[in-house]
Design a protein around this ligand. Structure first.
Ligand SMILES: N[C@@H](CCC(=O)N[C@@H](CS)C(=O)NCC(=O)O)C(=O)O
Length: 203
């Protein structure tokens, strides 16, 4: 088994944080995104979408997409349950994880990819207007998250889940995208500070 990793990039980090929470160690191979190694013929043969992370199993199967990789390990190592237990909790975690992807991580990624000079060979063409269109979306969603987090310690309820991992990684990705959580979003700042103290956050 081998995990193709991508250094500081947010999606590979989601898998690393998840594995750290589970206490699972997987052999990794770094893919140098700065050198566009993900676009090499060798890597494209592993993941034709040319993105990281990707998990190659010993039988030759390749699982791409961060959450698909996490779900693979969740099925093998159900404890602690990071995707929930029971119909309601599983659905709530899925809902929050998708919201955090669609309304926070992806818009932040659009802003970063369409404005940062280092991304011009990965995001072709860069469309600065698309970055601008996404700025208010990030702030609107942070306001929703701020209001929802007032009643609970973690994004999807009383325990830490994969939705907290997506949220942590998204908020940390705001810095390179030159964004900040507004002071008014106090519950988001409190939650982010708490999940950042977990040992897994440094993965
Ligand atoms: N939906 C995918 C997204 C993967 C993705 O976009 N990975 C980025 C790094 S965070 C990447 O490989 N970028 C390289 C490129 O755009 O060329 C997932 O969840 O794994």
């Amino acid at each position: 088994m081998k995990l193709y990793d991508g250094g500081r990039a947010p999606n590979p980090r989601r898998v690393r944080v998840y594995l750290a929470e589970k206490g699972i160690t997987v052999p990794t191979e770094p893919v140098d995104l700065g050198a566009l190694q993900q676009k090499s013929a060798a890597y494209a043969a592993i993941n034709p979408v040319q993105r990281v992370p990707a998990l190659a199993l010993d039988d030759g199967t390749v699982i791409a997409e961060s959450i698909a990789i996490c779900r693979y390990f969740e099925a093998l190592h159900p404890e602690p349950p990071l995707f929930g237990v029971g119909a309601r909790e599983i659905a709530e975690i899925e809902m929050w994880n998708r919201r955090l992807e669609l309304h926070l991580l992806f818009p932040i990624a659009h802003i970063f990819r369409n404005t940062h000079p280092a991304m011009k060979e990965m995001e072709v063409p860069q469309v600065p207007a698309w970055a601008e269109a996404n700025r208010p979306r990030v702030m609107e969603f942070l306001d929703i998250l701020y209001r929802d987090l007032k009643d609970r310690p973690f994004v999807a309820g009383d325990r830490y889940t994969v939705a907290d991992i997506t949220g942590l990684v998204a908020i940390d990705f705001m810095k390179p995208a030159k964004l900040a959580v507004p002071e008014t979003c106090a519950n988001v700042r409190r939650w982010h500070a708490a999940v950042s103290t977990r040992p897994s956050a440094s993965a």
